[in-house]
Design a protein around this ligand. Structure first.
Ligand code: NAI
Length: 395
């Protein structure tokens, strides 16, 4: 196992700041690196602010002050020299493959011969990031959830070339990083496949939702009636949630899975049209809903609406179980409990296997019908789901 004392966090944005914060709390010496002084200073200021808040709450440990912790934080804009004494780099820069590959190579060219490069990419292949770095065996994935300090899950990814020692060390470091909401949950991802575990599990529900959205427009059904279908069962209705996440983000995510998994992920016409018109949801004030009256206005509309019957929440549970079974079939995890636990730790919602054990036959039938009705073959149940074979597999 590589002894890790000095961590370099590359990228002082939303995720990098959170990763630097929990790394400091775990006792590591941390360097925060970005491309210019303003960005690094901004990141530093956010971490400082967070630490002071934690100090007043007594969350840094007895008698530990924010300034003591911050004494272990350095800033830099020069990766090649900053990495010289780093044991591990956790990369949280822009989601662009060529730039990730480039910084990975800089780390391997300039860092010590044991340095590990762990990427926080949400979508990119760890194998590809490390491929031309000169040391692909020292490249792994460490996928955090936002906000880093509050979400328990970290997925640790083994790329095709990642050595066992580097994978185990990445697991150990992930385990050592505190979470303010309880014990960390570390999910080992044994195969470098799109979306890893949690994002992959939740991705195909978008196929169904896209179909529901397009049907609603065709049948002139207003969005509050779709959201009334799941009122009281989910914190937000599906249209409200889409607005909240951002319709552009949803479209990009679907386009990614379309490229990686199946053409059935083609984004829905409704979403494409809204994005083209610049209506991206809550962040632009308009999407499915007009957000000028805030969430309370939306809630009131949904409460007053007649359910449309078009959206069935049970279908999404069935879709989740199907994708969970595909994750098992592909050997991405060693057992189904990991999928359920990772979903709870990463999304705060139960995974599909708990309920799926008793419902796989009914849900398989739901999916057969849904695939036929929507023409989306990806929704058809896989063998492992239909047979219920997962029930007798290792948990
Ligand atoms: P962000 O845009 O807030 O921060 C990215 C930072 O990286 C910026 O400060 C930018 O200046 C910096 N950067 C860009 N190129 C750089 C380079 N060559 N060297 C050093 N710094 C560079 O982005 P965010 O949201 O923090 O995402 C970062 C990574 O984390 C992405 O790969 C993203 O997919 C992943 N991620 C994001 C999650 C989220 O909820 N935002 C969740 C999980 C993963």
């Amino acid at each position: 196992m590589v002894d890790i004392k000095n961590i370099l966090v590359l990228g002082a944005g939303l995720m990098g700041n959170g990763i630097a914060q929990v790394s400091l709390m775990a006792g590591y010496n941390v360097k925060l690196v970005d491309i210019n002084d303003d960005l690094v200073d901004n990141g530093y200021a956010k971490i400082e602010q967070g630490m002071k808040k934690l100090e007043t709450k007594g969350a840094l440990g007895e008698g530990v002050t924010a300034s003591e912790v911050l004494a272990r934080l350095e800033k830099s804009t020069d990766l090649a020299s900053a990495v010289k004494d780093s044991d591990m780099v956790i990369e949280a820069i822009i989601e662009k493959m060529d730039i990730k590959k480039q910084v990975c190579k800089t780390v391997m060219d300039n860092g010590p011969s044991h340095v590990i490069f762990a990427s926080n990419t949400s979508t990119m292949s760890i194998t590809e990031i490390g491929k031309d770095s000169g040391a692909p065996e020292r490249v792994s994935g460490m996928h955090f959830f936002n906000p880093v300090a509050l979400m328990k899950c970290i997925e640790v990814i083994k790329g095709e070339s990642t050595s066992e020692e580097v994978f185990e060390t990445t697991m150990q470091v992930a385990k050592s990083l505190p979470c303010l909401k309880g014990k960390r949950y570390i999910a080992p991802v044994l195969k470098d496949r799109p979306g890893f575990i949690v994002n992959r599990l939740n991705a195909p529900a978008q196929i169904y939702l896209g179909w529901v959205f397009d049907q609603a427009v065709e049948q002139n059904i207003p969005c509050e009636r779709i959201d009334a279908d799941s009122a009281g069962k989910t914190p937000m209705g599906m249209c409200e949630l889409a607005d909240y996440v951002g319709l552009d983000t949803m479209m990009h995510v679907s386009a990614y899975y379309k490229e990686q998994l199946s053409s059935d992920f083609e984004p829905s016409n409704v979403i494409k049209d809204m994005v083209a018109a610049g209506n991206l949801g809550a962040k632009t004030g308009k999407g499915f809903y007009d957000w000028s009256e805030g969430r309370d206005g939306i809630k009131a509309k949904v409460k007053a609406a007649e359910p449309s019957g078009l959206f069935n929440l049970e279908n999404t549970m069935a879709i989740l179980l199907n994708e969970g079974c595909r994750i098992l079939e592909e050997g991405i995890v060693s057992g189904y409990k990991i999928i359920d636990d990772a979903n709870m730790a990463g999304m705060n919602t139960p995974g599909p296997f708990g309920a799926g054990k008793n419902n796989f036959e009914k849900w398989s039938q739901l999916l057969e019908d849904l695939a036929t009705k929507t023409g989306k073959e990806y929704l058809r149940p896989c063998e492992l789901m239909k047979s219920g074979g997962f029930v007798s597999m290792r948990k």
